[in-house]
Every structure is written in C-alpha cells, then in structure tokens.
Design a binder for this molecule. Sequence first.
Ligand code: ZN
Length: 312
Amino acid sequence: MPNCQDNILRNYPLTASNIYDNLYVVLLLINFMSYTIKQFNQDFPSDDVCLNYIFKQKYGEDFICPKCHKQGFYKVSHRKCYACAWCGHQIYPLSGTIFHKSSTKLTNWFYALFLFSASKNGVSAKELERHLGVTYKCAWRMAKQIRILMSQNKDILEGIIEADETYIGGKATSENRFDNKASVLGVVERKGRAKVRRVENIDSHTVTKYLKQNIDSQSHLMTDESPVYDKTPYQRESVKHRVKEFVRGNVHTNSIEGLWSLIKRSIDGTYHCVSERHLQHYLDEFVFHYNHRKSKQSIFSLLLKRLVEKPY
Ligand SMILES: [Zn+2]
C-alpha cells in the first residue's frame, strides 16, 4: 500500500548505529517515494479495493460499530456501503470525500489522483479525458475536485520569508501590461514552504493583510523595492531590481521568483490558459507539489491521506 513508508520507518527506525541497516531503509524509502504505475495497478485493481482502502483509512482497522459497539463490518454487494455484521448499521465511506455522489468509477478517480501526483507541471482535463476515456466535462470536474484536495492550509510561515507579487494570464500589450492579468501574491520560506493567493489588486492594504494572515509576526521579510511593502510591520530588507541588484548577501527573492517561473511555465505549457475564476485552484496545485517536494512520502499517498482528512 502507498503508506508503506510509514511502516518501514516504524519497523526500521533510522539510527546512527548501523550504516548498513540505514542503507537498507533508505533504499526501501526511495522505492516507495516514487510510486510507480505498476505498484498502483497492484494496489488498486478494482473499485472494491479502492473503497476498502478509504474505509480503512477513515475508520481504522479495528473500527467499532457506533450503534452496537461490536467489531466486524462487511461490504454490501453492489453498493458503496459497509454494514455491521451484528446490527446492520450502515456506513458510507465516501460521504464527505470528493467522491461523494460521483458516478465515476473509483478506480478512475484513484488513477486521476495518481496522474496528478506524478506530474508536478499539472494535468489538463484533456489529458484526463484521454487517459480515463471519460467525457471532457467529467474529466474537468474530476480535475477541479482533485485540486480542491490540494488546497492550501492555514499554516503560518516563519523565519526568513521572501514575499513578492506577480501577474498571471491574459495578453499583455505595450500600453496595457497588467489590465487583463490576475494579480497574485506569494510568500516563501527560505528552503521551506510556500503560500500563494490570487488577490483583487496589489496595494499596501491588501499586501499587509495577506502577510499578517500568512506569516509569523517575527518573520524577517525579503522583498524587492516595491513600495507596497513599506508599511508592513516586519523587519524587512529589499533588493533593487530596477538597478539590476538581484542578490546582496543573504538578501534576495530568488526562491519566490523560481516558484513564479515554475507556475507560469506550467500554466503556459499544460493549461495554455486558465480563467481568473479558477486560477486559485491551479495555484493550490502547484503549491501542494512545491511544499511536498522534499517529502519522505509519495505525493500519491499524501493525496490519499487528504481524501479522508479534509472536510468538504
Ligand atoms: Zn453494529
């Protein structure tokens, strides 16, 4: 199963005592960090297996019936439902998940999750349509639901924070550089997590509010010379991009510039064009990949965890 790496670490905790033991654990982990299509097909061959996986993730191996307090559930045939062997109490594991009320096969949903986890440049609805043999409308809806699964949480970033703004989408002309583009604000911890949000406009008030909601009050802010950061209540240093100063010792915004170019390249390459209304979902997707780029767990197993953890 995709959460094998948890089991590996539980059974073989990484210690400094024996280099060969550690090497073995690292090799096992590498094997599970990149979750392959072969493993996927072995783990999730049918809808019943997928449903059973969600049931176990949601309620655990030793689930006790909330009605009669006894143990033992069986799958009700031809329904996405489990029933208590003692009192008949029924449980619907898909309620409250992105699969709720969906008529799409669970194996298709899981495969779509696998595709999203394998591609850090994003998956278009057209691609999903081709891979799964579903209608474009269905593929588009699935992609949207999976991006909701990747939504950014309310974590507060801390330490050295690079903050920057950018403009995404639309076609720029010489006299109209920004008008039909969406404004986006972002913060990145040095060598850490990122958060990105589409905003109505970029001004001092919006920037300050955004920073207060997303970064710790003790953060050390790194920005460019833009005056929108002048009134923010943080210790701040800036580089002057206008006079081609990009790095001054520890002061730079290279991490967030890198994230912007990744997002823009992916939107241009995979999606070609993203409507402003849905831009935040795409931003969430990129940020999810970015924030888990060094994760010991595969993106696929992280997404499966979110299936049952996040309330919808
Ligand atoms: Zn019962």
